[in-house]
Write a protein that binds this ligand. Structure first.
Ligand SMILES: Nc1ncnc2c1ncn2[C@@H]1O[C@H](COP(=O)(O)OP(=O)(O)O)[C@@H](O)[C@H]1O
Ligand SMILES: [Mg+2]
Length: 316
């Protein structure tokens, strides 16, 4: 393992064999890589489940030691727009790869953050460079990706890791780092993080910095310290009709803690019950939470939906 300070990197699998869970996906990708000719790939799924990791594994398997010269990682959600992406692809595609594989690999993360028009431009770029480049597109929601892109890619739907996968990952880390973590702690970690391994590793690393023995108590303290306080403040700001402040704090909290819309929503729902407001008001907000949750699962935009919820709280 690379001796990175950050555990998410230190424990990032480098070979197909080291990837935990996602068996079906690993099996299919492995077969493609063995033929040394892969189609464009579209990875969809929630955060921290191995999308970027598997793109990197593919690069290592295809190009061996030369993988870095043959691999370009771009993020579509930076506000640099499709033109910047296009230029970077152009520059990268221009120079010939070093390995005996006739194409290079480009990982474009969060491609569902691009507008429909930008996705059209991306599709044309993919076509222009299809003889010299293969794209691995990653997204959270496959239904936000336009059909002409989907139809050009082999699609892989990633799921959150299962509890048994999570246990395996935690056991490996605890062994390497000399931590003491029991079963109920792992259960708590699973409840807190879902199957998001990035979040899991970050929580573990934070807790381990103060104590080698990690119990449910440490996990709960970490979780509440970092999130509930912020979320509570956001809700209270909204209840006091300070919408702009609530909204700004919402965006900060999501960004700083790497939380998804669903994570925040679950906490808002929990916090509402604790607040000193009328039952009627609680019911109205809880009902709204249900609606927003449905929309988020269907692929609606996190920020827009949560801001709409805050607007509702502020007005009622
Ligand atoms: N299937 C997995 N097996 C083992 N570790 C994983 C797996 N998925 C994610 N991880 C861990 O979580 C981190 C983040 O995963 P990544 O692949 O970057 O997530 P994303 O799906 O958001 O691209 C990795 O660096 C790795 O440490
Ligand atoms: Mg990623």
């Amino acid at each position: 393992m690379e001796n990175s300070y950050v555990w998410t990197e230190r424990y990032r699998p480098k070979k197909f064999e080291d990837v935990t869970g996602q068996h079906d996906i690993v099996r299919r990708l492995k077969a493609l890589v063995e033929q040394k000719n892969i189609p464009h790939l579209l990875f969809s799924g929630p955060a921290g489940v191995g999308k970027t990791t598997l793109a990197l594994v593919i690069a290592r398997e295809l190009y061996g030691d030369d993988w870095k010269q043959n691999f370009l990682e771009l993020n579509a959600s930076n506000d640099r727009g499709i033109d910047v992406i296009r230029n970077e692809v152009k520059d990268f595609a221009k120079t010939k790869g070093l390995a005996n594989i006739p194409f290079k690999l480009i990982l474009l993360d969060e491609c569902d953050a691009l507008t429909k028009e930008a996705q059209q431009a991306l599709r044309r770029t993919m076509e222009t460079y299809s003889s010299s480049c293969r794209f691995v597109l990653s997204c959270n929601f496959v239904n936000k990706v336009i059909d002409p892109i989907k139809s050009r890619c082999a699609i892989f739907k990633f799921k959150p890791l299962r509890k048994e996968d999570l246990i395996e990952i935690v056991k490996k880390i605890t062994k390497d780092e000399g931590l003491v973590v029991n079963e109920s702690t792992i259960t708590r970690l699973y409840e807190l993080t879902g199957g998001d391994i990035r979040q899991l590793q970050n929580v573990l690393q934070s807790c381990a910095s103060t104590s080698k023995t990690i119990t449910e108590k440490e996990i709960d303290e970490f979780a509440s310290k970092n999130e509930s306080k912020d979320v509570k403040e956001i809700v209270i700001l909204a209840l006091n009709k300070k919408f702009i402040l609530a909204r700004n704090k919402l965006l900060d909290t999501m960004l700083n803690n790497g939380l998804s819309g669903i994570d925040i929503l679950k906490q808002i729902q929990r916090e509402i019950m604790e607040l000193d407001i009328t039952d009627d008001k609680k019911l109205g907000i809880i009902e709204r939470c249900g609606e927003v949750e449905f929309r988020l699962v269907e692929g609606a935009n996190d920020n827009i939906q949560l801001e709409a919820l805050l607007a509702y709280i502020a007005r009622n």
